[in-house]
Write a protein that binds this ligand. Sequence first.
Ligand code: IPE
Length: 246
Amino acid sequence: MILIKLGGSIITNKEKPLTANVPAIKQIASHLRKVKEQYMIVHGGGSFGHYWSIKYDMHTKPDRYSIKGVSVVKNSMVELNKLVLQSFLQSKLNPYCLPPTDFIFGNRAIIKKVKEISKIADAGLIPISYGDVMWFGKNKFYILSGDKIMGMLTRILKPRLAIFVTNVDGVYSNIKAKKLIYEITTEKPTITDVKMDVTGGMSRKIKEAMNMSKSGTNVFFVNGKTPQRIVNAINGKEFEGTIFRG
Ligand code: IPE
């Protein structure tokens, strides 16, 4: 089993509210046709979910956020998810929509349900989940990032590989000089410039990746603008990117 997170930075145009980068999604999907192993997709919110979460001041902490905001964020994620599903279908793949509410209750993964996901993948479908606004109980909601979902799934499914696809080559030690870190073992890298969003941007991704690699999964960061790198990472070929060794 392989987990692939398609970051909002690659599947949407982050500078332009509510615009999906459909050509990028299709390009990735058509490359994924070469993958023969079972895999699952989790996608982010980019200029859909993050745009509205910021507008309505909604965060990862469970709270009594604007009901209108909850509704609008949820709808925007369903809309983006539909575009991802359509792109996969058009690339002759068989995606299977799996909202996080199908396997997460409150802020905890339902182990039994998560384990069924690998059976869905075994049946030949590509489960596709996404970062979302979640019901927490007691009139509270929270923003759940796709990165967090990746962490939860990794702990239960123990995939051999998890790949974070973004619009940059990997983790840079210096963003201005574009100095790429090829391999991260145990020490937390010092990252210079980090762009923030409601779920914590690159620094939260790194934190999640570090924890995932500690549980034994190899975690890769690759640039989705060159989707062959995703295929190469899966096939054990050399590629440009960052590895967190499990
Ligand atoms: C965000 O998911 C989901 C919402 C804002 C509803 P992510 O945090 O995984 O999104 P990206 O990949 O950073 O855009």
